[in-house]
Design a protein around this ligand. Structure first.
Ligand code: HEC
Ligand code: HEC
Ligand code: HEC
Ligand code: HEC
Ligand code: HEC
Length: 215
């Protein structure tokens, strides 16, 4: 090694390294700036306080999304279920499991579990689950196969272009509203054709004007 990297070439390497390094740093900065706060959120998957698994509960046990996220229908928010929902089963199922200790503590003290929020739009954007669910846009379109995720991660950019792309041409992503939580649903026939019929029936008209999403 010493024969190949003489002192002078070592110096050259350091200089080259520094220049490349600087380039990389400004490149990363530029990338971070250009993609903030959009692209960078894809794949965001924080570790949660309790090792709750959607793959187990929504996938293997087949629980419907609305069992825990019923408020997506009623309000603008798709709230995270309270500890009572968990204890409805876990007072009997695995009642002594150490992995459920924080759930039991929360139930006893009334102190909610501090789940970390994964999908998060800036406050200046107006978003409403109910309008989308009612129109027949499935959870899978915006969140991916949550029923196969042990830990939820963000799959879609949730940026403006992504919202507007669908608002301009929603048909391929519209299904009968009763099927929105059936993440593995496979349309029989052309999905855009199915969507177009529903759009006509329900007279859907997603906003593409600025004030539709920035009120
Ligand atoms: C047994 C209750 C339960 C069921 C059933 C359930 N969830 Fe969840 N969900 C949770 C809990 C608890 C969290 C918060 C912890 C986490 O992120 O894993 C959560 C978080 C989420 C998040 C991330 C929220 C954020 O912070 O951005 C999404 C998206 C989600 N669920 C979608 C679904 C979908 C889609 C289904 C149906 C396939 C479903 N959930 C079924 C309990 C449930
Ligand atoms: C409809 C019943 C039901 C509900 C509601 C439910 N679970 Fe579960 N949960 C189960 C079953 C069944 C298992 C699997 C138990 C086994 O493997 O023997 C399980 C397993 C778990 C485990 C793994 C336990 C271990 O020892 O490995 C955790 C953690 C967990 N659930 C958290 C939650 C949380 C948090 C909630 C509320 C958001 C919740 N569960 C709601 C039925 C439920
Ligand atoms: C049109 C896209 C879209 C559809 C369809 C959709 N979501 Fe969401 N979801 C979002 C966005 C965007 C956010 C972030 C909202 C925010 O930060 O205000 C979000 C946030 C969430 C959250 C976190 C809590 C909250 O309200 O911020 C949960 C839980 C959730 N969604 C569950 C679901 C479930 C369950 C379904 C299907 C029944 C579903 N979502 C359908 C786009 C969607
Ligand atoms: C996959 C398709 C799709 C995506 C992605 C999508 N939308 Fe929509 N959006 C719709 C449809 C369909 C409607 C329903 C139009 C109707 O009811 O006439 C709608 C309606 C709306 C409305 C009107 C709701 C009301 O209560 O007035 C707003 C605001 C909106 N979307 C914001 C957003 C934002 C913000 C995003 C991105 C974070 C987004 N949408 C992503 C399809 C989509
Ligand atoms: C369908 C919903 C929707 C419509 C319509 C829409 N926006 Fe946005 N807009 C968003 C979302 C979502 C974001 C947040 C982007 C992010 O977090 O990366 C955003 C972000 C922005 C920002 C912040 C800068 C940026 O790019 O991140 C500006 C400025 C903006 N929008 C202006 C407009 C203008 C002007 C129009 C009309 C021509 C418009 N928007 C129409 C959803 C929409």
């Amino acid at each position: 090694m010493a024969a190949i990297f003489s002192k002078s070439s070592d110096l050259i390497l350091k200089v080259v390294g520094a220049v490349v390094g600087l380039g990389a740093v400004s490149g990363i900065a530029a990338f971070a700036y250009l993609s903030y706060p959009t692209v960078i959120d894809i794949g965001y998957q924080p570790e949660q306080p309790v090792a709750y698994s959607h793959k187990l509960h929504a996938g293997e046990l087949g629980m419907n999304c609305f069992y825990c996220h019923s408020t997506v229908y009623r309000g603008a928010f798709a709230a995270i279920p309270g500890t009572e929902t968990c204890m409805g089963c876990h007072s009997q199922v695995r009642p002594a499991s150490p992995r459920l200790e924080k759930v039991r503590n929360s139930y006893e003290t009334g102190e909610p579990i501090h789940w970390l929020k994964i999908h998060d739009l800036p406050d200046y954007v107006f978003f409403n689950h109910r309008a989308h669910i009612g129109a027949g846009v499935s959870c899978v379109t915006c969140h991916g196969r949550v029923d196969q995720m042990v830990e939820v991660r963000q799959e879609k950019p949730l940026n403006m272009a992504w919202c507007v792309d669908c608002h301009r041409n929603p048909a391929p992503n519209i299904r009968p509203a009763a099927l929105v939580t059936q993440l593995d649903w496979v349309p029989e026939g052309d999905p855009a054709e199915i969507g177009r019929k529903i759009i006509e029936e329900k007279k859907l008209n997603p906003p593409t004007n600025c004030s539709g999403c920035h009120r």
